[in-house]
Design a binder for this molecule. Structure first.
Ligand code: GDP
Ligand code: IMO
Ligand code: MG
Length: 429
């Protein structure tokens, strides 16, 4: 099995960037297939820390990066990120980065509406990243989005902007926000066009050629299954499908090209925005996990909510996404805790459920049922083999495997690239 898809199995920030960077040494090309610059992937390589939002993490290894059609691209954000990582010594040119010509663009009116709607929701807000992701995907399915290829056609841009503004300015005025002017938006796009178009191409064709010449593709997911617009804790989700199947439609390859599906989960749980989080800890243990795990959103700077590992939820993510192996990250954050809890299901109105139901009321009412395990006193930080791990840490990992009904094929024990235990090479299937 030549290709691998890496996807988050919780609510994001599981360490996908670190795992993709580590696996990229075995791949020829790394492809982003959904999401946008709402993602924040942190990679630590020696004394350098790279924070990537839109760029595929394989660029750090000098691997070809592809932004697929399923991604929503903010051209300003992309150019700033390219400038930022170029200053760190990475090479991002049309030779190293290709962008799908049919990817949807995020324009300044998208974050404006995203933020205005969140403000209007008040306490019921989703807690979005405010980057215009939702509105951009809405425009895509409403068939009014401006796409990368449109940048080459000023006439197309002009009449698409008319349609967009009719929609957006009506909404923005209603929300008390100043409307956008067509000429300023058009001028902005025409200025960006010569900087973006050299990266654009039908990436499906390149991926087809790469596949036929036996090259290995690594699909890099953003967000996670519990933020998937269908399978997540709706409506507290992002606006794209994040499950592994999206790697196919979001890159322009067949479902048989996706390969091994590697799910990433932290050894505990975190969540950035609002919404149900059954195992959330509002006590000093939650505080400790947040401090030790440096749980601050890369994109938002907000403190992440923390809680115990939810095996019922991860099992659900594994089933709906076809995850074949699990990479368990941040095991080191649990070092020294006397007692660990793992959620095995929920009590909802007196009845036990092995999964989190879809209705928001039931999700909010779900009380976790825990299994308790003894913690370990030694250190797992920096471990690179099973033998380096305390025996009770191994026991914890084994119990997780049983409960989620999938093998743990990789363990991560620090932010550093090489502090990783590979049990099974996902590229070998
Ligand atoms: P992503 O969005 O899934 O790529 O994850 P983020 O990069 O947003 O968040 C994961 C954070 O945990 C980053 O700061 C990583 O450097 C860090 N990290 C990744 N793996 C480990 C690990 O095994 N142990 C520790 N302590 N930190 C890790
Ligand atoms: P990575 O790839 C964690 C969350 C937001 C909010 C919800 C909707 O780093 O794991 P959006 O701006 O997408 O409309 O926000 O989704 N969210 C993330 N949470 N990690 C992410 O990405 C996220 N991307 C979006 O906090 O709750
Ligand atoms: Mg992140």
């Amino acid at each position: 099995m030549a290709n691998v898809a890496v996807i988050g199995a919780q609510w994001g920030d599981e360490g996908k960037g670190k795992v993709v960077d580590w696996l990229a040494s075995r791949a020829d090309v790394v492809v982003r297939f959904q999401g946008g610059h709402n993602a924040g992937h942190t990679l630590v390589v020696g004394d350098q820390t790279y924070k990537l939002s839109l760029l595929p993490s394989g660029l750090v290894r000098g691997k070809l990066g592809v932004i697929g059609n399923g991604v929503v691209v903010d051209p300003d954000a992309l150019l700033s990120e390219i400038a930022r990582v170029t200053a760190q010594g990475l090479k991002v040119t049309p030779e190293t980065l290709r962008i799908a010509e049919n990817a949807v663009l995020i324009l300044p009116l998208h974050p404006a509406l995203d933020k205005a709607r969140e403000e209007a929701r008040g306490a019921a807000k989703i807690g979005t990243t405010g980057r215009g992701i939702g509105p951009a995907y809405e425009d895509k399915v409403a068939r009014r989005a401006i796409r990368v290829a449109d940048l080459a056609e000023p006439e197309t841009l002009s009449h698409k902007l008319d349609e967009l503004l009719l929609h957006y300015n009506t909404l923005l005025r209603g929300l008390g926000v100043a409307p956008f002017e067509k000429q300023a938006l058009l001028d902005g796009l025409l200025k960006l066009a010569p900087q973006i178009l050299p990266f654009a191409e039908p990436v499906w064709e390149r991926l087809d050629e790469l596949r036929r010449s036996g090259k290995r593709i690594l699909f890099e997911g953003a967000q996670a299954v519990m933020l998937d617009v269908d399978h997540g804790t709706y409506p507290f989700v992002t606006s794209s499908n994040t499950v592994a199947a999206t790697a196919s439609s979001g890159a322009g390859v067949g479902p048989n090209a996706v390969g091994f599906v590697l799910g990433i989960a932290k050894a505990y749980s975190t969540r950035v925005g609002s919404g149900p989080f059954p195992t959330e800890l509002s006590d000093e243990i939650g505080q400790l996990l947040g401090d030790r795990g440096h749980e601050f959103g890369t994109v938002t700077g907000r403190r992440r909510r923390c809680g115990w590992f939810d095996a019922a939820l991860v099992r659900q993510a594994i089933k709906v996404s076809g995850i074949q192996g699990l990479a368990l990250t941040k095991l080191d954050v649990l070092d020294g805790l006397k007692e660990l809890k793992i959620c095995i299901g929920y009590r909802i109105d007196g009845a036990f459920s092995r999964h989190l139901p879809a209705a928001p009321g039931a999700q909010a009412a779900a009380v976790p049922e825990y299994e308790t395990m003894e913690g370990w006193s030694g250190s797992s930080r920096g471990a690179r083999s099973w033998a380096d791990l305390p025996a009770r840490a191994v026991k914890y990992v084994r119990r997780i495997e049983e409960l989620v009904e999938a093998p743990v094929t990789l363990v991560s024990t620090s932010p550093e690239r090489d502090d990783t235990i590979m049990v099974r090479d996902p590229f070998e299937g």
